[in-house]
Write a protein that binds this ligand. Structure first.
Ligand code: NAD
Length: 447
Protein backbone atom coordinates (compact mmCIF):
# COMPACT_ATOMS: atom_id res chain seq x y z
CA UNK A 1 0.00 0.00 0.00
CA UNK A 2 1.31 3.45 -0.81
CA UNK A 3 1.01 6.17 1.78
CA UNK A 4 0.81 9.91 1.32
CA UNK A 5 3.40 11.57 3.52
CA UNK A 6 3.70 15.01 5.06
CA UNK A 7 6.74 16.58 6.68
CA UNK A 8 6.13 19.29 9.27
CA UNK A 9 9.14 21.59 9.73
CA UNK A 10 11.38 21.81 6.66
CA UNK A 11 14.79 22.74 8.11
CA UNK A 12 17.94 20.65 7.67
CA UNK A 13 16.15 17.48 8.77
CA UNK A 14 12.66 18.06 7.33
CA UNK A 15 13.70 19.32 3.88
CA UNK A 16 16.03 16.35 3.51
CA UNK A 17 13.42 13.87 4.69
CA UNK A 18 10.71 15.33 2.42
CA UNK A 19 12.91 15.30 -0.71
CA UNK A 20 14.30 11.82 -0.05
CA UNK A 21 10.88 10.27 0.69
CA UNK A 22 9.57 11.74 -2.58
CA UNK A 23 12.62 10.24 -4.31
CA UNK A 24 11.54 6.84 -2.98
CA UNK A 25 8.27 7.32 -4.88
CA UNK A 26 5.93 8.71 -2.22
CA UNK A 27 3.72 11.75 -2.69
CA UNK A 28 5.02 14.21 -0.11
CA UNK A 29 3.71 17.53 1.18
CA UNK A 30 6.14 19.63 3.21
CA UNK A 31 4.96 22.31 5.64
CA UNK A 32 6.73 25.09 7.51
CA UNK A 33 5.54 28.18 9.38
CA UNK A 34 8.35 30.13 7.68
CA UNK A 35 6.66 31.37 4.48
CA UNK A 36 9.90 32.51 2.86
CA UNK A 37 11.42 29.07 3.40
CA UNK A 38 8.39 27.40 1.79
CA UNK A 39 8.52 29.77 -1.20
CA UNK A 40 12.19 28.97 -1.74
CA UNK A 41 11.75 25.22 -1.38
CA UNK A 42 8.77 25.25 -3.76
CA UNK A 43 10.97 27.08 -6.28
CA UNK A 44 13.69 24.42 -5.96
CA UNK A 45 15.99 26.80 -4.10
CA UNK A 46 17.43 25.01 -1.06
CA UNK A 47 17.69 27.54 1.81
CA UNK A 48 20.85 25.89 3.18
CA UNK A 49 23.89 24.05 1.86
CA UNK A 50 23.72 20.26 1.79
CA UNK A 51 25.65 18.31 -0.86
CA UNK A 52 23.38 16.63 -3.42
CA UNK A 53 20.11 17.68 -1.81
CA UNK A 54 19.14 20.44 -4.22
CA UNK A 55 19.24 17.96 -7.11
CA UNK A 56 16.89 15.59 -5.27
CA UNK A 57 14.61 18.50 -4.35
CA UNK A 58 14.40 19.78 -7.94
CA UNK A 59 13.89 16.32 -9.41
CA UNK A 60 10.89 15.64 -7.19
CA UNK A 61 9.33 19.08 -7.66
CA UNK A 62 9.55 18.51 -11.39
CA UNK A 63 7.99 15.03 -11.28
CA UNK A 64 5.20 16.42 -9.09
CA UNK A 65 5.67 14.07 -6.14
CA UNK A 66 6.91 16.84 -3.82
CA UNK A 67 4.96 19.96 -2.90
CA UNK A 68 5.13 22.54 -0.14
CA UNK A 69 2.53 24.48 1.84
CA UNK A 70 2.02 26.60 4.96
CA UNK A 71 -1.50 25.21 5.54
CA UNK A 72 -1.99 22.71 8.35
CA UNK A 73 -5.51 22.05 7.04
CA UNK A 74 -4.07 20.93 3.71
CA UNK A 75 -1.51 18.74 5.47
CA UNK A 76 -4.12 17.10 7.72
CA UNK A 77 -6.38 16.36 4.77
CA UNK A 78 -3.57 15.04 2.57
CA UNK A 79 -1.45 12.87 4.82
CA UNK A 80 -1.60 9.25 5.90
CA UNK A 81 1.71 9.66 7.72
CA UNK A 82 2.84 12.98 9.24
CA UNK A 83 6.56 13.32 10.08
CA UNK A 84 7.21 16.00 12.71
CA UNK A 85 10.67 17.50 12.08
CA UNK A 86 10.52 20.90 13.83
CA UNK A 87 13.43 22.31 15.86
CA UNK A 88 14.12 21.53 19.52
CA UNK A 89 16.82 24.09 20.41
CA UNK A 90 18.34 24.71 23.83
CA UNK A 91 16.22 27.01 26.00
CA UNK A 92 17.83 30.41 26.50
CA UNK A 93 19.78 30.45 29.76
CA UNK A 94 19.03 26.79 30.55
CA UNK A 95 20.29 23.33 29.63
CA UNK A 96 16.82 21.98 28.87
CA UNK A 97 15.34 21.61 25.37
CA UNK A 98 12.77 24.13 24.20
CA UNK A 99 9.74 22.06 23.18
CA UNK A 100 7.61 25.04 22.12
CA UNK A 101 7.84 24.18 18.41
CA UNK A 102 7.02 20.50 18.86
CA UNK A 103 4.09 21.38 21.11
CA UNK A 104 2.83 23.98 18.65
CA UNK A 105 3.12 21.64 15.67
CA UNK A 106 1.30 18.77 17.38
CA UNK A 107 -1.21 21.14 19.00
CA UNK A 108 -2.09 22.65 15.61
CA UNK A 109 -2.20 19.36 13.72
CA UNK A 110 -4.09 17.14 16.19
CA UNK A 111 -7.53 18.90 16.12
CA UNK A 112 -7.50 18.66 12.29
CA UNK A 113 -6.95 14.89 12.11
CA UNK A 114 -10.37 13.73 10.94
CA UNK A 115 -9.13 10.44 9.53
CA UNK A 116 -6.96 7.47 10.24
CA UNK A 117 -3.29 8.46 10.22
CA UNK A 118 0.11 8.01 11.84
CA UNK A 119 1.96 10.95 13.39
CA UNK A 120 5.70 10.22 13.51
CA UNK A 121 8.01 12.33 15.67
CA UNK A 122 11.52 12.66 14.24
CA UNK A 123 12.75 15.66 16.22
CA UNK A 124 15.23 14.96 19.03
CA UNK A 125 13.31 15.25 22.29
CA UNK A 126 13.78 14.61 26.00
CA UNK A 127 12.65 11.15 27.11
CA UNK A 128 8.97 11.25 28.08
CA UNK A 129 7.94 13.68 25.35
CA UNK A 130 6.36 11.06 23.07
CA UNK A 131 4.11 9.71 25.82
CA UNK A 132 3.03 13.25 26.69
CA UNK A 133 2.33 14.09 23.02
CA UNK A 134 0.39 10.84 22.48
CA UNK A 135 -1.86 11.76 25.36
CA UNK A 136 -2.26 15.26 23.89
CA UNK A 137 -3.17 13.89 20.45
CA UNK A 138 -5.78 11.61 22.07
CA UNK A 139 -7.25 14.60 23.87
CA UNK A 140 -7.23 17.03 20.91
CA UNK A 141 -8.00 14.79 17.91
CA UNK A 142 -11.62 14.79 16.70
CA UNK A 143 -13.82 11.77 17.43
CA UNK A 144 -14.16 10.89 13.72
CA UNK A 145 -10.37 10.47 13.40
CA UNK A 146 -8.00 7.70 14.45
CA UNK A 147 -4.49 9.06 14.95
CA UNK A 148 -1.61 7.04 16.39
CA UNK A 149 1.81 8.43 17.40
CA UNK A 150 5.17 6.74 16.75
CA UNK A 151 8.67 8.02 17.51
CA UNK A 152 11.35 7.56 14.87
CA UNK A 153 14.54 9.41 15.84
CA UNK A 154 16.79 10.68 13.08
CA UNK A 155 20.53 10.02 12.93
CA UNK A 156 21.52 11.84 9.73
CA UNK A 157 24.71 13.89 9.62
CA UNK A 158 24.75 17.30 7.97
CA UNK A 159 27.07 17.06 4.98
CA UNK A 160 25.93 13.45 4.36
CA UNK A 161 22.20 13.99 4.86
CA UNK A 162 20.99 12.44 1.58
CA UNK A 163 23.05 9.26 1.83
CA UNK A 164 22.26 8.90 5.55
CA UNK A 165 18.52 9.19 4.81
CA UNK A 166 18.60 6.79 1.88
CA UNK A 167 21.01 4.31 3.52
CA UNK A 168 20.67 4.70 7.29
CA UNK A 169 22.73 2.53 9.68
CA UNK A 170 19.53 1.55 11.47
CA UNK A 171 15.90 2.58 11.78
CA UNK A 172 14.52 2.91 15.29
CA UNK A 173 10.80 3.05 15.87
CA UNK A 174 9.12 3.79 19.19
CA UNK A 175 5.53 2.53 19.35
CA UNK A 176 2.74 2.93 21.93
CA UNK A 177 2.03 0.37 24.64
CA UNK A 178 -1.37 -0.55 23.18
CA UNK A 179 -0.89 -3.68 21.04
CA UNK A 180 -3.28 -2.78 18.20
CA UNK A 181 -1.93 0.75 17.79
CA UNK A 182 1.66 -0.50 18.10
CA UNK A 183 1.14 -3.09 15.36
CA UNK A 184 -0.43 -0.51 13.08
CA UNK A 185 2.42 1.98 13.64
CA UNK A 186 5.06 -0.68 13.02
CA UNK A 187 3.32 -1.98 9.89
CA UNK A 188 3.01 1.49 8.34
CA UNK A 189 6.62 2.41 9.07
CA UNK A 190 7.85 -0.92 7.66
CA UNK A 191 5.95 -0.04 4.47
CA UNK A 192 7.37 3.49 4.33
CA UNK A 193 10.93 2.26 4.87
CA UNK A 194 10.52 -0.88 2.74
CA UNK A 195 13.41 -0.02 0.36
CA UNK A 196 15.79 0.40 3.31
CA UNK A 197 14.57 -2.81 4.91
CA UNK A 198 15.03 -4.64 1.61
CA UNK A 199 18.64 -3.41 1.63
CA UNK A 200 19.14 -5.06 5.02
CA UNK A 201 18.92 -2.00 7.30
CA UNK A 202 18.29 -3.14 10.90
CA UNK A 203 14.79 -2.13 12.06
CA UNK A 204 14.50 -1.84 15.81
CA UNK A 205 11.06 -1.59 17.39
CA UNK A 206 11.00 -0.27 20.94
CA UNK A 207 8.73 1.56 23.35
CA UNK A 208 8.54 5.36 23.30
CA UNK A 209 11.12 6.14 26.00
CA UNK A 210 13.70 3.69 24.65
CA UNK A 211 13.42 5.14 21.14
CA UNK A 212 13.86 8.68 22.48
CA UNK A 213 16.87 7.59 24.53
CA UNK A 214 18.59 5.84 21.60
CA UNK A 215 19.06 9.20 19.90
CA UNK A 216 20.39 11.18 22.85
CA UNK A 217 22.58 8.33 24.10
CA UNK A 218 24.14 8.00 20.62
CA UNK A 219 24.96 11.71 20.67
CA UNK A 220 26.24 11.48 24.25
CA UNK A 221 28.58 8.65 23.20
CA UNK A 222 29.92 10.54 20.17
CA UNK A 223 30.46 13.71 22.20
CA UNK A 224 32.26 11.67 24.85
CA UNK A 225 34.57 10.14 22.27
CA UNK A 226 35.52 13.55 20.90
CA UNK A 227 36.07 15.00 24.36
CA UNK A 228 38.06 11.92 25.37
CA UNK A 229 40.65 12.52 22.65
CA UNK A 230 40.64 16.25 23.40
CA UNK A 231 41.31 15.49 27.07
CA UNK A 232 44.24 13.38 25.85
CA UNK A 233 45.32 16.42 23.80
CA UNK A 234 45.45 18.47 27.00
CA UNK A 235 47.70 15.85 28.61
CA UNK A 236 49.83 15.64 25.45
CA UNK A 237 50.34 19.40 25.54
CA UNK A 238 51.49 19.17 29.17
CA UNK A 239 53.76 16.18 28.47
CA UNK A 240 55.19 17.28 25.12
CA UNK A 241 53.51 14.35 23.36
CA UNK A 242 51.73 14.29 20.00
CA UNK A 243 47.98 13.61 20.20
CA UNK A 244 47.67 12.96 16.46
CA UNK A 245 50.10 10.03 16.74
CA UNK A 246 48.34 8.89 19.89
CA UNK A 247 44.98 8.98 18.12
CA UNK A 248 46.36 7.12 15.10
CA UNK A 249 47.76 4.40 17.33
CA UNK A 250 44.51 4.09 19.30
CA UNK A 251 42.45 3.90 16.12
CA UNK A 252 44.08 0.59 15.10
CA UNK A 253 42.52 -1.01 18.14
CA UNK A 254 39.24 -2.51 16.86
CA UNK A 255 37.67 -2.06 20.27
CA UNK A 256 38.22 1.70 20.03
CA UNK A 257 38.07 2.54 16.32
CA UNK A 258 39.24 5.73 14.66
CA UNK A 259 35.99 7.57 14.03
CA UNK A 260 35.19 10.59 16.19
CA UNK A 261 38.74 10.34 17.52
CA UNK A 262 40.19 13.36 15.70
CA UNK A 263 41.69 15.82 18.20
CA UNK A 264 41.09 19.51 17.64
CA UNK A 265 38.76 22.35 18.40
CA UNK A 266 35.93 20.04 19.43
CA UNK A 267 32.30 19.66 18.52
CA UNK A 268 29.56 22.21 17.88
CA UNK A 269 26.51 22.55 15.66
CA UNK A 270 22.78 22.42 16.18
CA UNK A 271 22.79 18.92 17.75
CA UNK A 272 25.60 17.54 19.93
CA UNK A 273 26.03 20.45 22.40
CA UNK A 274 22.33 21.10 22.95
CA UNK A 275 21.46 17.40 22.97
CA UNK A 276 23.92 16.47 25.72
CA UNK A 277 22.78 19.46 27.79
CA UNK A 278 19.10 18.60 27.34
CA UNK A 279 19.95 15.00 28.27
CA UNK A 280 21.56 16.14 31.53
CA UNK A 281 18.61 18.41 32.30
CA UNK A 282 16.10 15.63 31.68
CA UNK A 283 18.08 13.10 33.73
CA UNK A 284 17.98 15.65 36.57
CA UNK A 285 14.20 15.92 36.31
CA UNK A 286 13.97 12.13 36.48
CA UNK A 287 16.23 11.97 39.54
CA UNK A 288 18.97 10.23 37.54
CA UNK A 289 21.33 13.21 37.25
CA UNK A 290 24.25 11.30 38.82
CA UNK A 291 24.24 8.94 35.86
CA UNK A 292 25.19 11.76 33.52
CA UNK A 293 27.55 13.95 35.54
CA UNK A 294 30.34 12.81 33.18
CA UNK A 295 28.56 14.69 30.38
CA UNK A 296 29.17 17.95 32.22
CA UNK A 297 32.90 17.16 31.98
CA UNK A 298 32.50 16.21 28.30
CA UNK A 299 30.91 19.62 27.67
CA UNK A 300 33.59 21.45 29.67
CA UNK A 301 36.50 19.70 27.92
CA UNK A 302 34.89 20.71 24.65
CA UNK A 303 34.56 24.37 25.65
CA UNK A 304 38.14 24.39 27.01
CA UNK A 305 39.45 23.62 23.52
CA UNK A 306 37.98 26.91 22.27
CA UNK A 307 39.59 28.79 25.16
CA UNK A 308 42.92 27.05 24.51
CA UNK A 309 42.73 28.06 20.86
CA UNK A 310 42.24 31.72 21.74
CA UNK A 311 45.05 31.53 24.35
CA UNK A 312 47.46 29.96 21.88
CA UNK A 313 46.73 32.60 19.23
CA UNK A 314 47.18 35.40 21.80
CA UNK A 315 50.44 33.86 22.99
CA UNK A 316 51.80 33.83 19.44
CA UNK A 317 51.03 37.55 19.22
CA UNK A 318 52.97 38.36 22.36
CA UNK A 319 50.05 38.41 24.81
CA UNK A 320 47.46 40.74 23.27
CA UNK A 321 45.18 40.96 20.25
CA UNK A 322 44.98 44.74 20.37
CA UNK A 323 46.19 46.28 17.13
CA UNK A 324 46.69 42.79 15.64
CA UNK A 325 45.06 41.19 12.64
CA UNK A 326 43.76 37.62 12.75
CA UNK A 327 42.74 35.62 9.66
CA UNK A 328 40.14 32.95 10.43
CA UNK A 329 39.59 30.07 8.00
CA UNK A 330 36.21 28.48 8.63
CA UNK A 331 32.91 29.54 10.14
CA UNK A 332 30.69 26.46 9.74
CA UNK A 333 30.70 24.04 12.67
CA UNK A 334 32.11 21.40 10.33
CA UNK A 335 33.06 21.04 6.65
CA UNK A 336 30.39 20.35 4.00
CA UNK A 337 27.84 22.39 5.95
CA UNK A 338 26.79 26.04 6.13
CA UNK A 339 25.46 25.56 9.67
CA UNK A 340 26.98 27.99 12.19
CA UNK A 341 24.83 27.02 15.19
CA UNK A 342 27.16 26.81 18.20
CA UNK A 343 30.11 26.80 15.81
CA UNK A 344 33.50 26.52 17.54
CA UNK A 345 35.07 28.50 14.66
CA UNK A 346 32.72 31.47 14.96
CA UNK A 347 32.90 31.34 18.74
CA UNK A 348 36.70 31.63 18.64
CA UNK A 349 36.53 34.40 16.02
CA UNK A 350 34.02 36.41 18.08
CA UNK A 351 36.02 35.94 21.31
CA UNK A 352 39.18 37.27 19.66
CA UNK A 353 37.20 40.18 18.24
CA UNK A 354 35.90 40.83 21.77
CA UNK A 355 39.49 40.90 23.02
CA UNK A 356 40.41 43.66 20.59
CA UNK A 357 41.69 41.75 17.55
CA UNK A 358 40.80 42.68 13.98
CA UNK A 359 39.31 39.43 12.72
CA UNK A 360 38.57 38.55 9.09
CA UNK A 361 36.68 35.30 8.47
CA UNK A 362 36.28 33.23 5.34
CA UNK A 363 34.23 30.07 4.85
CA UNK A 364 33.45 28.36 1.52
CA UNK A 365 29.71 27.98 2.24
CA UNK A 366 28.70 29.58 5.54
CA UNK A 367 29.35 33.28 4.85
CA UNK A 368 25.67 34.32 4.83
CA UNK A 369 24.87 32.55 8.09
CA UNK A 370 28.13 33.74 9.69
CA UNK A 371 27.45 37.39 8.79
CA UNK A 372 23.96 37.14 10.28
CA UNK A 373 25.23 35.46 13.46
CA UNK A 374 28.30 37.71 13.98
CA UNK A 375 27.75 40.99 12.13
CA UNK A 376 30.67 42.76 13.86
CA UNK A 377 33.28 40.45 12.32
CA UNK A 378 34.94 41.25 8.99
CA UNK A 379 34.55 38.79 6.15
CA UNK A 380 36.90 38.01 3.27
CA UNK A 381 36.15 36.78 -0.23
CA UNK A 382 38.63 33.91 -0.10
CA UNK A 383 41.17 32.24 2.19
CA UNK A 384 43.88 34.55 0.84
CA UNK A 385 41.66 37.55 1.39
CA UNK A 386 40.95 36.58 5.01
CA UNK A 387 44.66 36.03 5.65
CA UNK A 388 45.76 39.32 4.12
CA UNK A 389 48.02 41.28 6.52
CA UNK A 390 47.28 38.77 9.30
CA UNK A 391 49.69 38.40 12.20
CA UNK A 392 48.27 34.93 12.78
CA UNK A 393 46.07 32.64 10.67
CA UNK A 394 43.73 30.19 12.41
CA UNK A 395 42.38 27.10 10.65
CA UNK A 396 39.14 26.39 12.50
CA UNK A 397 36.98 24.31 10.09
CA UNK A 398 38.74 21.62 8.07
CA UNK A 399 37.33 22.27 4.60
CA UNK A 400 39.29 20.44 1.86
CA UNK A 401 40.18 23.79 0.27
CA UNK A 402 42.02 24.75 3.47
CA UNK A 403 43.73 21.37 3.83
CA UNK A 404 45.05 21.77 0.28
CA UNK A 405 46.24 25.39 0.68
CA UNK A 406 49.65 26.28 -0.66
CA UNK A 407 51.72 27.55 2.30
CA UNK A 408 53.90 29.62 -0.09
CA UNK A 409 50.89 31.43 -1.60
CA UNK A 410 49.52 32.20 1.86
CA UNK A 411 52.94 33.40 3.01
CA UNK A 412 52.85 36.08 0.29
CA UNK A 413 49.84 37.86 1.79
CA UNK A 414 50.29 37.65 5.57
CA UNK A 415 52.10 40.11 7.83
CA UNK A 416 53.63 37.30 9.90
CA UNK A 417 53.86 33.58 9.19
CA UNK A 418 52.04 32.26 12.25
CA UNK A 419 49.42 29.57 11.78
CA UNK A 420 47.42 27.63 14.36
CA UNK A 421 45.87 24.47 12.99
CA UNK A 422 42.76 24.02 15.12
CA UNK A 423 41.76 20.80 13.37
CA UNK A 424 45.12 19.03 12.94
CA UNK A 425 44.36 19.16 9.24
CA UNK A 426 47.69 20.42 7.83
CA UNK A 427 51.07 18.76 7.37
CA UNK A 428 53.34 20.52 9.89
CA UNK A 429 56.55 19.67 7.98
CA UNK A 430 55.23 21.23 4.78
CA UNK A 431 54.22 24.44 6.55
CA UNK A 432 57.41 24.70 8.57
CA UNK A 433 59.47 24.13 5.41
CA UNK A 434 57.68 27.14 3.89
CA UNK A 435 58.83 29.28 6.81
CA UNK A 436 55.70 29.15 8.93
CA UNK A 437 55.56 29.03 12.70
CA UNK A 438 53.11 26.12 12.74
CA UNK A 439 51.24 25.40 15.97
CA UNK A 440 48.45 22.93 16.68
CA UNK A 441 46.32 21.78 19.57
CA UNK A 442 47.83 18.78 21.37
CA UNK A 443 51.09 18.62 19.44
CA UNK A 444 54.61 19.46 20.51
CA UNK A 445 56.28 22.60 19.25
CA UNK A 446 59.93 22.28 18.30
CA UNK A 447 62.07 24.91 20.03
P1 NAD B 1 15.99 23.69 11.76
O1 NAD B 1 16.01 24.81 12.72
O2 NAD B 1 16.89 23.69 10.57
O3 NAD B 1 14.50 23.46 11.23
C1 NAD B 1 13.37 23.52 12.01
C2 NAD B 1 12.21 24.01 11.14
O4 NAD B 1 10.99 23.88 11.86
C3 NAD B 1 12.34 25.48 10.75
O5 NAD B 1 12.26 25.62 9.35
C4 NAD B 1 11.13 26.14 11.46
O6 NAD B 1 10.60 27.25 10.74
C5 NAD B 1 10.16 24.98 11.51
N1 NAD B 1 9.09 25.14 12.50
C6 NAD B 1 9.15 25.67 13.75
N2 NAD B 1 7.95 25.62 14.33
C7 NAD B 1 7.09 25.06 13.45
C8 NAD B 1 5.70 24.71 13.49
N3 NAD B 1 4.97 24.95 14.58
N4 NAD B 1 5.16 24.16 12.40
C9 NAD B 1 5.91 23.91 11.31
N5 NAD B 1 7.22 24.21 11.20
C10 NAD B 1 7.81 24.77 12.27
O7 NAD B 1 16.29 22.37 12.65
P2 NAD B 1 16.90 20.95 12.17
O8 NAD B 1 18.38 21.01 12.23
O9 NAD B 1 16.22 20.52 10.93
O10 NAD B 1 16.43 20.05 13.39
C11 NAD B 1 15.10 19.64 13.57
C12 NAD B 1 15.06 18.53 14.60
O11 NAD B 1 15.79 17.41 14.14
C13 NAD B 1 15.72 18.89 15.94
O12 NAD B 1 15.04 18.26 16.98
C14 NAD B 1 17.11 18.32 15.80
O13 NAD B 1 17.71 18.05 17.06
C15 NAD B 1 16.80 17.04 15.04
N6 NAD B 1 17.92 16.51 14.25
C16 NAD B 1 18.64 17.34 13.46
C17 NAD B 1 19.70 16.82 12.73
C18 NAD B 1 20.59 17.72 11.90
O14 NAD B 1 21.64 17.25 11.47
N7 NAD B 1 20.23 18.98 11.66
C19 NAD B 1 19.99 15.45 12.78
C20 NAD B 1 19.18 14.63 13.56
C21 NAD B 1 18.14 15.17 14.30
Amino acid sequence: MTHRLTVIGTGYLGATHAACMADLGFEVLGLDVDERRIERLAAGDLPFYEPGLETVLKRNLENGRLRFTTSYEEVAEFGDVHFVCVGTPQKAGEYAADLTYVDEAVGTLAPLLHRSCLVVGKSTVPVGTAARLAERINRLAPADGDAVLAWNPEFLREGFAVQDTMRPDRIVVGVPGDGGAADRAEKILREVYAPMLAAGTPFIVADYPTSELVKVSANAFLATKISFINAMAEVCEAAGADVTKLSEALSHDDRIGGRFLGPGLGFGGGCLPKDIRAFMARAGELGADQALTFLREVDEINIRRRIRMVDLARLLLGGSFIGRTVGVLGAAFKPESDDVRDSPALDVAATIRGQGGKVTVYDPKAMGNARRAQPTLDFGESALDAARDAHVVLLLTEWAEFRDMDPHALAEVVAERNIVDGRNALDPDRWRAAGWNYRALGRPHPG
